[in-house]
Design a protein around this ligand. Structure first.
Ligand SMILES: Cc1cc2nc3c(=O)[nH]c(=O)nc-3n(C[C@H](O)[C@H](O)[C@H](O)COP(=O)(O)OP(=O)(O)OC[C@H]3O[C@@H](n4cnc5c(N)ncnc54)[C@H](O)[C@@H]3O)c2cc1C
Length: 607
């Protein structure tokens, strides 16, 4: 068994920032990650990092834009903390050597992004995430922080009291991809999940194949509720054939969206008469699909994003990477032609319920970055707000897990925060099939070492049983989930489609009972890893769809055909789903609109 003070699962932006912060508090920190740190998906981030740095800007304006962008489903304590701390985090990155794009006078450049009232997005060309990862990984190497890379975390080591809020997390159990060993990792002070987004729940996504939502699924089965899972962001500019992202930076620099009739659709059809292409992402995605459904799409599938008028010099200077992506994946030269784009799954606003210090209701278990829900983005994330989130809340989680006092959180977690029971008219049973796939049933285990040992034992048995058989290939089950989610739980949603998705997910869950690993090798067994990831994808697909079916209103990214209006009287509340040892329970908790300096009053959201 390996032992450290603080374990960080995942080495993308959130994991790296958390590890550095915990190390600064004197903790012995280790990172456990299925990918090498600089191959993490943060490296794909293109457009930038929002922070109120300019003298004419302020954290209050950034907080207001974020709350408005969230469609009043974000929690004010998280939003205020975020907007206040983001500038310091960006300055810290610059001191660590991040090569930000600059103006002629040497100041860090800031460009406009959707939903921002001030040009606030700092960037490094159109490769911001790549430079962010390398800058922070250098700090990790410099500090000698141990990185167990190519270790796949299979499960959490959590005690098994009946009441989840009495449980404690003592570490994780992981599979060494290079040797095939399964080992325990004890986190003496804390375990931080930083495993990224769940994009692979959908088949048209900007997310990498590694983004399978492992952290939220593990935390959910261990007893931490998932929050606002129905809030999935669909980015308006993805390449139609692959889902590869064309950054919002293109529209930030002045790129224009046209329909098949060569109309500037955002203005011509009144979707956003003030901000046009730079309206918030949910607004632009709905506009594009409305055009396509009305027969004004190109080849009935996409619209055009044109940046030719920006001129070659500016494009090469600020958006060169976009030229390569359009050329490599669509065969289009962005200097000469408009680029084809359509909405694609991009980001999960919901995730593991945590407070502003990153801690969940299970003592010692933290989460940060896209896998967590603090809740900052509410029903819709503003472009450029995910990278500062992982910096601000990654740092807070690392500091708190290491034992430093950063103050009591205002956001409540776990069942204590519950205000209302949920009411879900599901056509099928949710959760475990016949009690056979319940994760946390280790017997009466107490004490840190024996909790980790019991988790290792369970994981070894599970892997042995998956490798012993000639059952269904995980790929069939995964494809069924991705297909129904893309068909039925997309930008436009309705009751029939959501119920169909729940039936399909149930079918996939039952099918998964017969799954087995066909590659007999113990080393580099991607068949084994993907089989386990598929189980996580099933749990998250169900949570997303259940939340979407229950939320009978239109808010942010969640549009319902039957309820085309925002219902503030009944729905300013967070959707919570607790695994409840295999028998999921839906409930709600209040949204906190009282901020540090003011109470945010819900207003009509127009751009
Ligand atoms: C194409 C694209 C462009 C984007 N551009 C921007 C932008 O310009 N600005 C912005 O603010 N946001 C942007 N976003 C969003 C933002 O980049 C992500 O939300 C953020 O980078 C996620 O970081 P993370 O650290 O949470 O996760 P990731 O960077 O995805 O890292 C996850 C880590 O977890 C590890 N991991 C996962 N599961 C396991 C497991 N079971 N065992 C061990 N390790 C595991 C992985 O190895 C990896 O190291 C973009 C997103 C995409 C997809």
């Amino acid at each position: 068994m390996y032992e450290h003070d603080v374990l960080v699962v995942g080495a993308g932006g959130a994991g790296l920032r958390a590890a550095i912060a915990a190390h600064e508090e004197g903790a012995d920190v280790a990172m456990v990650t299925k990918l090498h740190p600089v191959r993490s998906h943060t490296g794909a981030a293109e457009g930038g990092i929002n922070a109120a740095l300019h003298p004419e800007d302020s954290w209050e304006l950034h907080a207001y834009d974020t709350m408005k962008g969230s469609d009043y489903l974000g929690d004010a304590p998280a939003i205020d903390t975020f907007a206040q701390d983001a500038p310091e985090e960006v300055i810290q990155l610059e001191h660590w050597g991040m090569p930000f794009s600059r103006e002629d006078d040497g100041k860090v450049s800031q460009r406009p992004f959707g939903g921002l009232s001030h040009p606030r997005t700092t960037y490094a060309g159109a490769e911001t995430g790549h430079h962010l990862l390398h800058t922070m990984y250098e700090q990790v190497v410099k500090r000698g922080i141990e990185v167990y890379d190519e270790w796949y975390v299979l499960d959490l080591a959590v005690t098994d009291e009946d009441d989840p809020s009495e449980r404690e997390c003592h570490g994780v159990v992981a599979y060494d991809i290079q040797t095939g060993e399964i080992e325990g990792f004890k986190g003496r002070k804390g375990t931080i999940l930083a495993t990224g987004g769940p994009g692979q729940v959908f088949d048209h996504t900007t997310n990498a194949v590694a983004n399978t939502g492992d952290g939220p699924a593990m935390a959910y089965r261990a007893g931490v509720p998932l929050e606002d899972m129905e809030m999935i962001q669909f980015h308006p500019t993805t390449l139609p054939s692959t889902g590869v992202l064309i950054s919002e930076g293109v529209r930030g620099e002045g790129g224009i969206l046209y329909n098949a009739e060569k109309e500037r659709l955002m203005f011509e059809h009144g979707y956003a008469n003030n901000d046009g292409e730079l309206a918030s992402r949910d607004v632009v995605s709905r506009a594009e699909l409305t055009e396509i459904n009305a027969g004004r799409g190109i080849e009935d599938e996409y619209v055009h994003l044109d940046m030719r008028h920006l001129g070659e010099e500016r494009i090469i200077d600020r958006l060169e990477n976009i030229l390569h992506l359009a050329e490599d994946f669509e065969g289009v030269d962005g200097l000469d032609e408009p680029m084809p784009v359509k909405p694609g799954q991009h980001y999960a606003m919901g995730g593991i319920e945590v407070d502003e210090n990153g801690e969940s209701c299970i003592s010692g278990l933290y989460a940060a970055g896209e896998c967590a829900c603090v809740s900052l983005h509410g029903a819709n994330r503003l472009g450029g707000n995910a990278l500062p989130e992982l910096l601000v809340f990654g740092a807070r989680a690392g500091t708190d897990a290491a034992g430093a006092d950063i103050g009591a959180p205002e956001i409540e977690t776990g069942y204590e925060a519950k205000s209302e029971d949920g009411d879900l008219d599901s056509p099928v049973e949710l959760g475990a099939v016949g009690g056979t796939d319940v994760a946390a049933d280790g017997g009466a285990v107490t004490g840190a070492a024996s909790t980790v040992e019991a988790a290792v034992e369970r994981a070894r048995e599970r892997v042995d049983s998956l490798m012993d058989g000639d059952g269904v290939n995980h790929a069939e089950v995964r494809a069924d989930i991705q297909e129904t989610m893309t068909e039925n739980v997309n930008v436009f949603r309705n009751e029939d489609g959501l119920k169909q998705a729940l039936r399909d997910i149930r079918g996939a869950r039952e099918h998964y009972q017969d799954v087995s690993v066909h590659d007999p090798s113990r080393t580099y067994n991607t068949d084994l890893i993907q089989t386990i990831e598929t189980r996580n994808i099933i749990d998250l697909a169900e949570a997303i769809t259940a939340g979407a079916l229950a939320r009978e209103e239109f808010r942010g990214a969640h549009w319902r055909q039957e309820y085309q209006y925002r219902d503030d009287e009944n729905w300013i509340k967070h959707t919570m789903l607790a695994w409840n040892d295999g028998d999921p329970e839906l409930y709600y908790k209040p949204v906190i609109l009282e901020g540090a300096e003011k109470t945010y009053e819900p207003k009509e959201r127009s751009y």
